[in-house]
Design a protein around this ligand. Sequence first.
Ligand code: PEP
Ligand code: MN
Length: 338
Amino acid sequence: MIIVMSPQASQADLDAVVAKIRAAGLTEHISRGSERTIVGAIGDERPLSEQAYEQMAGVERAIHIVKPYKLVAREGHPAGSIIDIRGIKLGGKQIQVIAGPCSVETEAQMQLAAAGVHAAGCRMMRGGAFKPRTSPYAFQGLGVQGLEYFQAAAREYDMPIVTELMDVRMLDTFMAHDVDVIQIGARNMQNFDLLKEVGRVNKPVILKRGLSATIAEWLMAAEYIAAGGNNNIILCERGIRTFETAYRNVLDVTAIAMLKRETHLPVLVDPSHAGGKAWMVPALSRAAVAAGADGLLVEMHPNPCEAWCDADQALTPQELEELMASLRLIAQAVGREL
Ligand code: PEP
Ligand code: MN
C-alpha cells in the first residue's frame, strides 16, 4: 500500500503512520518529494485498510497496490485453469454447452430434456430443483425429488449435472445425491457463508454474477470459494441490470474480455437469463463464443410453452440443435472446438 502524506503533515504524523505499518508486521519505505512524502508499506498489504490510514492526521490518501483477490488472479497463475467434470474439460480448447430446463418439473419432462440435450451434442445438463423466485407464490422447485428425477434422466446419457444450491443446509443432500457441479445463483453471489461452505467441498462450482455486481465484487466472491481450498470455480456472466428495459438484462460481453485478463478461472455465459427471450439466445451465444467464453449455460425445454418457469427464454430441442451447428463454425473461427 502507498500512503500519501499531505503537504502539511508533521514529523509526528509521519511517525504515527510508520508505527502503524510496523505494528501490522510490515516495513516502511519513505520517499520524500519536494511537496509531499510518500510512504510505502512493504509486505502483505491485503489486510491493511485504506480507510484506517486515511483517517489519520496528515494522511491525504492510501492506495492498495496489489489486487484484493489473490488465488483467482491471473497474475499468480498465468495459465488458464481447466476444470475436470467427470472427465469433461471446461476451460480448455473444447467449448462446453450446458443445456436443460430452467426447473425440474416431472420425470417425463426430464427424460425428454435429457434426450434433447444429448441429441444436440451437449455433454452436460442443467436444471433447477431449488428455484430462487421473485414471488413466494411462484413454483419454488421440486426440491430433493427434483434432484432424483434430474440425476436419473442425465445418467441415462452419462451427462454430469449442474444444479443450483440456495441454502447451505442442503449441501449435504447435494453431496449425497452426487450433484456434479454446484451452481451458486446470481442472487446468492455474495452469500458469503454459502460461498465459504462450497469452498470446503471437492465439487466444481459455477458462480453466477450478481444482478449488479462489479467485476471486483464477483472475483472477491470467487476468492471466498478458493480461500476454502476449492479451486474448481467457473464464473458465469448472466446479464446485468441497466437502465434498459427492452430485454431482461444486458449481456456484458465486455466482462468476458476483462475476466480473461484478470483471472485464470474459466468463463461461461448464460444467454438465456441475459436476453430473457428465446429468439435472442443464438445471437448472444455466438457473441459469447466469439468473445472467448469457455462455454454456455442455456435453457432448453422439451415444450417451452408448457414450461413452469422462464418459458419465454427456453429453446426447443430443435433450436438447441441448430444453435450447436452455428456455434461450431464460430468456435472454429476463434481456434476452439465444440
Ligand atoms: C438459473 O440459472 O436457473 C438462474 C436462476 O439464474 P440466475 O441466478 O442467473 O438468475
Ligand atoms: Mn431460468
